[in-house]
Design a protein around this ligand. Sequence first.
Ligand code: AMP
Ligand code: MG
Length: 351
Amino acid sequence: MKRMETKILKVSPRYPEVDKLKIAAQIIKRGGTAAFPTETVYGLGANGLNPAAIKKIFWAKGRPLDNPLILHIAEINELGALVKEVSFQAEKLISKFWPGPITLVFKKSFIVPDEATAGLDTVAIRMPANSIARMLIRLSECPIAAPSANLSGKPSPTKVEHVIADLLGKVDLIIDGGDTPVGVESTVIDVTRTPPMILRPGGITREQLEEVLGEIRVDQMLDLKNGKPRSPGLKYRHYSPDAQVIVIEGAPKNRVKKIKTLLREKRNQGLKVGVMCVDETLKMYENIPNVLSMGKEKRPETIAPNMYNCLRGFDLKGVDVILVEGISERGMGLAIMNRLRKAAGFNVIKV
Ligand code: AMP
Ligand code: MG
């Protein structure tokens, strides 16, 4: 397909203007593509029941065809038509966490096209909490299939600039609805199994899920370099900037010491280096250029909204190597470390 004209539409995240979203809904109804904000990251949407429209998403992102999409709905009563059954465990999760950053994997009904699920007999469904996203789905009168609105393999978009950089000329519309507050993708949980299994850690934490469900499992293939995770998307190199990424994990003091050693080595090789640290360690890098804090390690939910922007920002600065401090996997730290290790292509140093 050739480059197309992409409209950019600014919409208020607090008080979304219906007239503007009607324009976006028309595009979706006619089989086009529109990027829109959700509370996790920006999504690239198309009519989730229209195979030709879904194919445009894969084309625009350069997404491998065996990586299924998430269907987004606006109301609980839209779920029944898309799935075979809703288990008791699923009901508990829905009543506690929807709308919100968690995606449930169900057995799919016959109306869900194979293009959306990459041929699987299961379908991933989420009800986003962002008001632009909800109103857009309602006005489009169909479930919206939407992966993250980035080029496949790149860091996910948490700002409209990220979407524009990746998708201008490849989609019909980009809605500018401000920064996405959660900053990391939804948790994907398979509720066709007992106990349910986390296939991708995300915006709802393992601890929050355990509180509601008691026992849950976490896909052990998640962080294995050569493993085959049950969430097909996770087997690809992902979330990666152009620069090489190295993650350094361990106690804060040891991490900083190792990073300083690596910094000297890389700079001696003539490479431009960036460092992503945390508020707690920032002062240990005094007088070193290109050091950014992602947020507080103690509160990983402050790190998530900055992580992808830091990775993309260093690419814009022409950095060759990004050294990233690994953090504790408590709470949202599990999702953050999953993304950072993948961004690094599993180039992880433990100290
Ligand atoms: P993204 O849209 O970039 O957030 O990617 C969607 C994620 O959901 C990918 O990791 C997919 O592999 C995962 N996913 C979508 N549908 C399914 C499914 N039916 N079973 C397991 N994982 C799924
Ligand atoms: Mg993605």
